[in-house]
Design a protein around this ligand. Sequence first.
Ligand SMILES: Cc1ncc(COP(=O)(O)O)c(C=O)c1O
Length: 394
Amino acid sequence: MVSEKIRNMMDSSSFIRKMFETGAKLKQEFGSENVYDFSLGNPAMDPPEIFTKILLEKAADHHMHRYMPNAGYLDVREKVAEYISSEQETAVTANNIVMTSGAGGALNTILKTIINPGDKIIASIPCFMEYKFYCDNHGGELNLVNGKDDFNLDIEAIETAITEKTAAVIINSPNNPSGRIYPKETLDSLAAMLNKKSKETGRTIYLISDEPYRKIVYNNITVPSVMDTYKNSVVCTSYSKDLSVPGERIGWLAVNPVAEDYENLINGIILCNRILGYVNAPALMQRTIAELQGVSVDINLYKNKRDILAKKLAEFGFKFKIPDGTFYFFVEAPGGFDMKLVDLLKEERILVVPGRGFSLPGYFRIAYCVDDSVIEGSMAGFKRTAEKLGLKQE
Ligand SMILES: Cc1ncc(COP(=O)(O)O)c(C=O)c1O
């Protein structure tokens, strides 16, 4: 029998299941080309051609299917380290890197390494709600705090939430679902506050930076580095979004080389990567991404989709902040009724995620990692919905 805890979790995330079911039903009834599915952060875009070329070359190498060090191949980690030393503006070596099964694998690995039973992990609303399950997996509890109205971090709110039970703060920039990139000044204030609170509580508070959207940014904005800012930081990321390969489960985790208790921390992480059952990140994918450092899908294609949607949604009277990064719009649900909006859009065969899926009802998320035809096809439905709601058209 399914445990009570898992049954409760299934209930609490049941709207996601319902959304899948509704989507599948609508697609069966009307044909998938007549359903405009913006619900998943699952990129429709193919990976860059070079990805497939290198994958095929590596697959032809027959001597690479065995177990390996749990942290991943040394030469792969060397290549990753070289690349991220410039990206994170910190001298990182292969020893600071553990290859993981996507960002989800990286997050679970670090959380398992640092959580004592009953510990709290702080995250800012709105956020990717799988964090709640990831914390629970390891006996911890996610402690959500409100962000600012512009979706920036509220450092005071985080400070107020910290107790001696706080093991870490997770941040995600560029943010799913808001598209917000936290500025350098915000990270500096966060770091100063975490240093102060670590002293006060007598325990190291880690900063876990979840960065799978780092390369999906617009107008040449750079995402400031946490490693450069806070010594007890760990970066978790993947190639899922920027190379369009989420099914391949490949990412990495990097520990700041100047973190306290560094040797124990990295060895604990390597052990946890193993005993969580990941054992090591997929071999063929490690070999492939090693040759693709700095490569990503064409971000301009996402920018075009963003700009078309922004123009049209604004014209129809929807209110939102233009995302600086990611492929999500987080749009105000008129009157604050996210479920009502989701239902109205469903009548138009448009699927989006209610804000409550990110702990912020009052909004809905549009994932625009879809074909242009989905965006074009959905426009009439968005317009009719705006009209039904009496939004003021531009
Ligand atoms: C903010 C955030 N973190 C982590 C993940 C998990 O990524 P991965 O597929 O690499 O495990 C996602 C996936 O949507 C995400 O949006």
